[in-house]
Design a protein around this ligand. Sequence first.
Ligand SMILES: [Zn+2]
Length: 73
Amino acid sequence: MEGSNPEKVIAVLRSDPSRWLCDDCIAHLAGIKNRIAVNPIATTLGLTSDFDRQRSECSRCRETKFVTRPRRH
Ligand SMILES: [Zn+2]
């Protein structure tokens, strides 16, 4: 996948808006090797009106963590 890390994170999240994803799964799906880099990106997105972020079950790994998904408009 091309682009900066924030672009990759947004592309992964928007690829399935019904899915909550934790930072680890976002990193995996986006092909970002440094998973720690995803945390501030996802946290920042969660503060915007375009994304929701909360502590709940990840739709992919089923662990309860902070998860992010696009907000429906
Ligand atoms: Zn996960």
